[in-house]
Design a protein around this ligand. Sequence first.
Ligand SMILES: Cc1ncc(COP(=O)(O)O)c(C=O)c1O
Length: 494
Amino acid sequence: MPSDPPAEAALPDGRPAADVLAELRALREGDAPTRGGRTFAYVYDAGLEGLDELAAEAYAAFATVNGLDPTVFPSVARLENDLVGAVAALLGAPGAQGSFTSGGTESILLAVKTARDHARAVRGISRPQLVLPATAHAAFHKAAAYLGVEPVVVPVDPDTCRADADAMAAALTDRTALVVASAPSYAHGVVDPVAEIAAAAAGRGALCHVDACIGGWILPYLRRAGRQVQPFDLSVPGVTSLSVDLHKYAYADKGASVLLHRDAELRRHQYFAHAGWPGYPVVNPTVQGTKSAGLLAQAWAVLRHVGEDGYTALAGRVADASDRLLSGLRATEGVRVLGDPAAGLVAFTVLGPGDGGAPDLSLLLHLADEMRKLGWYLQPQLSFDGLPPNLHLTLTPATVGQVDALLEDLGTALTVARSLEPVTVDPGLAELAAALDPRALGPDEVAAVLAFAGLGEGGGLPGRMAPVLVLLDALPNGLKERLLAEFIGSVFHV
Ligand SMILES: Cc1ncc(COP(=O)(O)O)c(C=O)c1O
């Protein structure tokens, strides 16, 4: 009897460690650099010698420890209590309690879960709402979608890009479980009027979360370095929880955030415990079950190593880079900085020709493409609800030495961008797209639109992103979301 052909192996035969590592290193060569201060999004570069090595060693020392059970691995409790204690000392109030999580999104998911379960248990709310400014991070919408909470989005002030506290107060109802303020917002780097928003929330018996994911570990140190910083943390009456990402301005490796609650009673709603199965009794403070203690250990080590003086000096360096960049941008003809950036985040738009020219999307995106050619990554952000399209820059201490070169290249790139043919979208196409129901589109139709946008098969990106993004900007949000999901599905094509 003929035997079955051998199944194709899932993996090739094993290879020496050195070969495997060489292949990994080679893969990195196609990536944007994560060190050196030229990639103005996604990376946080303290510019401190030895810090990456310290984080890697600390991670390695705890990589195999399972954070699931601190009774078997007591070191996990010690590290987490130290770390959350440090966050509470900087940003908390007496009695504050929290958890170490894998990032801003997980902290926000858990803040929304806490508010939902608190609203149900304490106020009898069965259809909870989440009131948030239009500039709140998309992670709140993800949390609302995951957790069955209704988002109520409040427009922000179009000049300052800050949340409008009166409009937020007016949006509160008896179903409001949670109100959100950002310190600062990711998109424009401006701090919302936290005290007013928190007071309005407290007046309705709702909880109030401050998203300090990006600002929590720099704003206090900017204050310490002598800058004016408005109160934004748990010391503000009415603020009931706060998130801060240690993998941002605390310069830990990625996978490190803390969610802090005003007290133990609130934190209880964050936890999940389950005894109704035959396996081990489960209690998970956070989303993950099994989790490596490596991420906790590296964050602990980085905080300990940098210390108060170190963070104060690093914040001063970011502020210095920010001052120099802002004055250079404000002096550049046709550039408009959005709002009044508080920490290391800057967003600017580019105006089209003519006196009092309007923000020019095509010019802005040509500029981003030209800057990319010169080795700089500035993050394009599309227009939204009256807020102009812009380029976002996250500054880190390593940027300080790059500001002059950046401004010089920006001037050159702007001249080139102005000389290029504007990218436009056929108004007929935009009208057609507006009439499409994204949920009703079949895979072939979505593939055709993606190909039209220049995002064809295989997930490769075109050399210039301006044509793709100009088209995307013109599409309704539902269609944008469908196309983005489909595109990323083609990147992860297996
Ligand atoms: C203000 C703010 N909130 C939340 C997040 C989400 O954090 P993460 O990407 O770590 O999940 C970010 C990320 O940039 C942020 O800036």
